[in-house]
Write a protein that binds this ligand. Structure first.
Ligand SMILES: [Fe+2]
Length: 277
């Protein structure tokens, strides 16, 4: 966001505090000219590599801002950070929704059907909700990193049914490391912070008259559930994966191997303007 998009009243209130905190750290640790130059060179590089969102994430600043921004939304599904891997204008997926195409490596994973209902807090179905999903493939790679994957693989937007229900076919994602080949990766290494995130699926949900929701779904028994490098795991967003091995079930899905399902119901908060009216 352009700082000029923050009101000048707000800027004049927050900026002096931010600078006082920064100056306090510099004084307390007797930061040298050489060290400060290194900091400025690092931040310049972060900008050049477009890694400021990633920097905000791995310093757990994004999680803090997310928590403050959604304080008091007690009835809604908990929000979570967007992260740096969202891509604008993902493809619209027709029903039955499948968000990936076959590619070399796809057989390394397990098919997963995610399903649920989108409702408002009183249980009313939200039939015009649109879901926007993005995740890694079964090897832990996003389309933008994994050259084997078609563009926009494991991404997609789609609508829900009249009763607010949805289902989409994907594959069970795996834990992955945030990008480590740029300045933020070097910072992680130098500071001894591991770069791993637990497996997750990102959701954006939009519907008329409701606050947009950005969140993530996680799975139990993940080795990084307790120590996500961006600190974004919320226990309320962990959902079990249910295995399906019966031959009839596998055949009914048109598959040749056992698969998983995961239920994730979504509750949206009424739009702020509607709540105030
Ligand atoms: Fe992610």
């Amino acid at each position: 966001m352009d700082p000029t998009k923050v009101s000048s009243e707000r800027l004049q209130r927050v900026l002096p505090d931010a600078l006082a905190a920064l100056h306090g750290v510099i004084e307390r640790h007797r930061v040298t000219e050489q060290e400060w130059s290194a900091v400025l060179a690092f931040l310049t590089e972060v900008g050049r590599h477009e890694e400021f969102v990633l920097l905000s994430d791995v310093t757990k600043t994004s999680v803090l801002v997310d928590a403050i921004s959604h304080e008091g939304e007690t009835d809604a599904t908990p929000s979570d950070v967007e992260g740096p891997l969202y891509r604008e204008d993902p493809p619209w997926r027709e029903k039955p929704v499948k968000i990936y195409e076959k590619y070399e490596g796809v057989e390394n994973g397990d098919v997963l059907f995610v399903h649920g209902r989108v409702t408002s807090a009183n249980g009313t179905p939200i039939s015009d909700a649109v879901l926007d999903i993005w995740q890694t493939g079964p090897d832990g790679g996003y389309d933008v990193w994994d050259e084997r994957q078609p563009d926009y693989n494991f991404r997609g937007r789609f609508g829900v049914e009249e009763d607010g229900s949805y289902e989409f076919q994907t594959m069970v994602p795996k834990p992955y490391t945030v990008p480590t080949d740029g300045p933020v990766g070097r910072l992680l290494e130098a500071s001894g912070q591991h770069p791993w995130r637990p497996a997750h699926i990102h959701f954006k949900v939009d519907a008329e008259g409701h606050e947009p929701l950005i969140t993530q779904v996680f799975f139990p028994d993940d080795p990084y559930l307790e120590n996500d490098t961006i600190g974004a795991v919320k226990p309320a967003l962990v959902r079990p994966l249910i295995g399906h091995e019966a031959e009839e079930e596998v055949a009914r899905r048109g598959l040749s191997a056992p698969f998983y399902t995961c239920e994730f119901d979504i509750t949206l908060e009424p739009a702020m303007s509607a709540a105030r009216a």
